[in-house]
Design a protein. Structure first.
Length: 353
């Protein structure tokens, strides 16, 4: 059986048809479908308000029917804005960092911005500067930096010019806008709560050395004890993980003089709670325990954990508000400390006797 061959003209016509089917619909296609000018389609696509509602509805309906998507790159070239924010971040593993990132991402989406995440395995000055340069090449409008200050080896944060910057969870010594949870207030509330219950002093499991958050919480714990005239025990240092809390908890459990512990985060508090249980010391009967963060599982821990609540959502709002102000040409001098709250549950009680 002999096949039917196509003429050159038929082949060319078929190729043109395939190309047209593959071609994304254009603004001109939308204009023809909706019966308006290309200029009107452009105004609708760019969110302009000078289009009457009936015409806008007709243009939007045509866009949906044809599957037209406005060219964001072309809009950015016209406006000088990309509606994109870069985030430089050291660690994705800690609860505080992931919640802060989630808060920033939620507020960015609500404000019409996308995020480009630049995680770092280490956080030297050169690492941060390199990440900043890579983000600038990826066409972002501004950058949020979520790296604790002391990880930069004590050096001032110096970034190339050209992009607005907001720093989260850092010291207020930088020239950039800074947003942070009020670490000192949270530690003071935790320590005062245990002293007010009647405990002679409060032991502390700190976060790792080199962490700004851990340092601020430890400084405030110590200052609160000193202001109350209470003894200041030796501080033990963990690494934010429940494993470190368990290991250090075994040491604290062996000391009968330990009746109250403030843990610098909830994860270490969970590990310490296990260590106390294994050592035969009950919480809160023998030892009262306060954490920091108010993780979702803290209320369901046994016993439910008294802890310091951080308002990560407010941190995200403050950070995005400051950054967008900078992006839009303003000058933000924000030094925002978001307040904390003590959430009292069943892991704290007056000491025996």
């Amino acid at each position: 059986m002999t096949g039917v061959s196509m003429t050159d003209a038929q082949q060319a016509e078929a190729a043109i048809g395939r190309a047209e089917r593959r071609r994304d619909p254009s603004m001109a296609d939308v204009a023809r479908e909706s019966g308006v000018s290309g200029q009107t389609v452009s105004r609708v696509a760019n969110g302009r308000t000078n289009v009457d509602p009936e015409t806008r509805s007709r243009v939007v309906a045509a866009m949906r029917k044809l599957g037209y998507r406005p060219n964001s790159a072309a809009r950015a070239l016209r406006s000088g804005r990309f509606r994109s924010i870069g985030v430089i971040m050291f660690s994705l593993s800690s609860y505080g960092n992931t919640r802060t990132l989630d808060a920033v991402a939620s507020e960015a989406a609500r404000s019409g911005y996308s995020l480009t995440l630049m995680p770092l395995s280490s956080a030297t000055q050169s690492d941060v500067s390199g990440a900043f340069d890579r983000l600038r090449e990826q066409a972002v409008d501004g950058v949020i930096i979520l790296i604790e200050a002391h990880r930069l080896n004590g050096a001032d944060l110096e970034l190339p010019s050209g992009l607005p910057v907001v720093v989260l969870d850092s010291s207020a010594q930088y020239e950039y806008p800074v947003v942070d949870t009020d670490q000192a207030q949270g530690a003071r509330l935790a320590t005062e709560h245990l002293l007010e219950l009647g405990h002679r002093t409060v032991h502390h499991i700190s976060g790792p050395q080199g962490s700004y958050s851990a340092e601020r919480r430890a400084q405030s714990w110590r200052a609160t004890l000193e202001a109350a005239g209470a003894p200041v025990p030796d501080m033990v240092v963990g690494d934010w993980t429940s494993d470190s809390g368990y290991r250090l908890g075994l040491t604290l459990a062996s000391d009968p003089g330990v009746t109250a512990v403030f843990s610098a985060n909830d994860q270490m508090a969970v590990g310490l709670s296990r260590a106390m249980h294994e050592a035969g010391r009950s919480i809160p009967g023998d030892v009262s325990l306060v954490g920091f963060d108010d993780m979702a599982d803290s209320a369901n821990h046994f016993p439910p954990l008294t802890t310091v609540h951080q308002h990560f959502d407010r941190v995200g709002v403050e950070a995005l508000t400051a950054l967008i102000e900078e992006i839009e040409g303003g000058v933000s001098d924000v030094r925002a400390l978001v307040p904390t709250e003590l959430v009292v549950r069943a892991s704290t009680a007056p000491p025996r006797g």
